[in-house]
Design a protein around this ligand. Structure first.
Ligand code: BES
Ligand code: MN
Ligand code: ZN
Length: 497
């Protein structure tokens, strides 16, 4: 899809199959709306007069222009009261535009942006959001279906920023939105692929593939024998019951001098989580193919920052394994030794995410990170606590927590900070090892984070539990979250406004 900015001086004369204009709650017409209205004998004023649209954010109305008019159709889009245009209103507006363009089967359209944006949320930011949403709307899962559903028909969108936004600025935001959207689609594809295709070995080959696309990216795959040498007894206890070998995938993005400390992203990559010997019940077990969405978000974020050529260093680590039961599988009550030296009593083999993560987090120390962020579909309890609106965020550093929070707000890919209080730690004490891998039914997302906290004391660290935000159950599909938030966080670190 081609999305570009253009300065359009003579709006009513601009030929388009669908002109998009905003309608504010005040019902005062924008310059563009006024121009089209008078060229098309008061078409827009008439719709307003009849109360067909009132200007609330999220409302749309498709009008059909006169046969000889340059704008064949006019899409009116409610944007609420212009002074209060914020991230939430922008989200509603952008979603509504994409929906209307899909319903109208538009192949081409032109958005007149005047009247969009406020001191809170700029027209540029809106351009980024809309372009991201359009990328997302063009995602179609096709790999294992004979007749994939039709893609969004839109081929071309022109954005006229009027006097508010130069063509250059608008294009900057539009491109950025596409990069983030593309990154999210990478994450969605990996998430949606079935477990028999998307195995740890498959993820490793995807990493090598990605490295081919950029001279700044290098890949190293640690095999089980390498992990054994490093003493990764926790990670290997998860892959013990599977015929598919575990892979620790390391991707290094060098966008800055090697003296610059890297930001490390760690993704949970359980390509299928059956629960292991602590087998899960059958209902919805298919959705455990999504248990590698943390890893998928790392791939997506890397793709976006490669496209943006961010001037920072990033190390991505993906802990990839299946969690299956067989005769060699880890059993409840088994004790293993992690790379950190801490022993772990595995009371429930279904709490496997923290086991693959803890060794990967210890491994992360060698990169002397500026900060480490892990992303994991870690607990069902996280869904109980926050639903799908927010990813749970935990951190041992207030500044890092605030940076992630603000990145989440701006990108509208939000996180909510949860407590890591010392008092929760006792839930994972056990007489038989240094630490137990489960902490009982209370505060399940928190005790999982407390487990990880015992492996991350040497650096600034945050953990994102994305169990509720990474995929939807109806209709089923990966969301690509939290790629937008992570990309924004890294853009902020690179000083990109
Ligand atoms: N991958 C699951 C968490 C999960 C479950 C995410 C359902 C999304 C939907 C994780 O490995 C797991 O099984 N966690 C257990 C932990 C428990 C045994 C302490 C859970 O949440 O039930
Ligand atoms: Mn599990
Ligand atoms: Zn899991």
């Amino acid at each position: 899809m081609e999305i570009t900015a253009r300065k359009i001086a003579n709006i009513p004369a601009h030929k388009t199959s669908c002109a998009i204009v905003t309608i504010a709650k005040s019902r005062k017409l924008s310059e563009a709306a006024k121009a089209i209205d008078s060229a098309q004998s008061g078409l827009i004023s008439a719709a307003l007069k009849h109360g067909e649209i009132s200007g609330n954010a999220g409302e749309t109305l498709m009008l059909h222009g006169a046969a000889d008019a340059a704008s064949a159709r006019i899409l009116l889009v409610g944007v609420g009261s212009s002074a209060k245009f914020d991230a939430a209103t922008a989200r509603k507006t952008s979603t509504a535009i994409v929906k209307a363009l899909r319903a109208g089967k538009c192949k081409e359209a032109c958005l007149h942006g005047t009247g969009l944006g406020s001191s809170d949320y700029s027209l540029g930011q809106f351009c980024e959001l809309l372009s991201r949403d359009l990328s997302l709307a063009s995602y179609v899962y096709s790999e294992t279906v004979s007749k994939p559903r039709p893609a969004l028909p839109l081929r071309k969108l022109v954005v006229n920023g009027g006097d508010e936004l130069t063509v250059r600025e608008a294009n900057k935001f539009l491109n950025r939105g596409q990069y983030v959207g593309d990154g999210m689609n990478i994450a969605r594809r990996l998430g949606d692929l079935p477990g028999n295709i998307c195995t740890p070995t498959f993820l490793a080959s995807e990493a090598r593939q990605l490295a081919k696309s950029s001279a700044k990216l290098s890949t190293r795959i640690l095999e089980e024998k390498d992990m054994l040498k490093l003493g990764m007894g926790a990670l290997l206890s998860v892959s013990a019951g599977s015929d598919q070998p575990a892979k620790l995938i390391q991707m290094q993005y060098k966008g800055a001098a090697s003296t610059q400390k890297p930001y490390v992203l760690v993704g949970k990559g359980i390509t299928f989580d059956s629960g292991g010997i602590s087998l899960k019940p059958g209902a919805k077990m298919d959705e455990m193919k999504y248990d590698m969405c943390g890893a998928a978000s790392v791939f997506g974020t890397l793709t976006a920052i490669i496209a943006m050529e961010l001037p920072i260093n990033v190390v991505a680590l993906v802990a990839a394994s299946e969690n299956l039961p067989n005769g060699r599988a880890t059993k409840p009550g088994d004790v293993v030794t992690s790379m950190s030296g801490q022993t772990i009593e595995i009371l429930n083999t279904d709490a496997e995410g923290r086991l693959v993560l803890c060794d990967t987090l210890t491994y992360a120390e060698r990169f002397k990170p500026a900060a480490v962020v892990d992303i994991a579909t870690l607990t069902g309890a996280c869904i109980v606590a926050l639903g799908s609106q927010a990813s749970a965020m935990y951190s041992n550093n207030d500044k890092l927590a605030e940076q992630l929070n603000s990145a989440g707000e701006i990108s509208y890919d939000r996180v909510w900070r949860m407590p890591l209080w010392e008092e929760y730690q006792r839930q994972i004490n056990t007489p038989f090892a240094d630490i137990a891998n489960v902490g009982g039914p209370a505060a399940g997302s928190i005790t999982a984070a407390c487990f990880l906290a015992r492996f991350t004391e040497k650096y600034h660290w945050a953990h994102l539990d994305i169990a509720g935000s990474a995929w939807n159950s109806a209709p089923k599909g990966a969301t690509g979250r939290p790629v937008a938030m992570l990309t924004r966080y890294l853009m902020d670190r690179a000083g990109i406004k």
